[in-house]
Write a protein that binds this ligand. Structure first.
Ligand code: GAR
Length: 203
């Protein structure tokens, strides 16, 4: 697979930083061609620029429809020959215009063991539900909310005295470990999609 990555963010960008660090550290053989944020105040934009990566703001509110906005994003990514799109805290649900442009070439990271606790505030949902184990999921993106075939997961125990924030911190540490690994796996190839499952080729 083409090793040019496009990273979409909406905020802090700590997962973006983990990807940058993994590339620098030789743990991920890829190149970040562009970072795009839908919010001008996303701290991740500064992380990108500090790393010498092109960083764009494309505010969804500046486009009349979701389709038009997504077409604009696709145009920016295609112009930079992006082969894999990584959502890293990008808080917009993507529709068929975007997903159809990159079939099985979009990854998302979610702070729960999907299909448990999709959507917003996954860590709070986990604490409130009282689960004893939560974690992180990296999955391919389809048009369903936090759906799509799972690439990799890691478990994180929920402790009795956890709050949303303490659990989020421990899950985040696992996110930073798992996301670059999952990206490397997808880029390396040797897998195929069988129904909902991502499995090794030949199985
Ligand atoms: C991460 O915890 C990520 O898993 C979550 O947003 C945070 C972004 O942090 N994503 C979702 O909840 C997607 N449904 P970051 O900007 O520091 O990478």
């Amino acid at each position: 697979m083409n090793r040019n990555i496009g990273v979409l963010i909406s905020g802090r960008g700590s997962n973006l930083q983990a990807i940058i660090d993994a590339i620098r550290g030789g743990r991920l053989d890829a190149r970040i061609a562009v970072v795009i944020s839908n919010r001008a105040d996303a701290y991740g934009l500064e992380r990108a620029r500090a790393a010498g990566i092109e960083a764009l703001v494309r505010d969804h509110k500046a486009w009349p429809t979701r389709e038009a906005y997504e077409a604009a994003l696709v145009g920016e990514l295609r112009a930079r020959e992006v082969g894999l799109v990584c959502l890293a805290g990008f808080m917009r649900l993507l529709g068929p215009t975007f997903v159809g442009a990159f079939p099985n070439r979009i990854l998302n990271i979610h702070p729960a063991l999907l299909p448990s606790f999709p959507g917003m505030h996954a860590q709070r949902q986990a604490v409130e539900h009282g689960v004893k184990i939560s974690g992180v999921t990296v999955h391919l993106v389809d048009t369903t909310l936090d759906g799509g075939p799972i690439v990799m997961q890691a478990a994180v125990p929920v402790l009795d005295d956890d709050t949303e924030d303490t659990l989020a911190d421990r899950i985040l540490a696992e996110e930073h470990r798992v996301y670059p690994e999952a990206i490397a796996r997808v880029i390396a190839g040797g897998w195929r999609i069988d129904g909902r499952r991502l499995v090794a080729e030949g199985r």
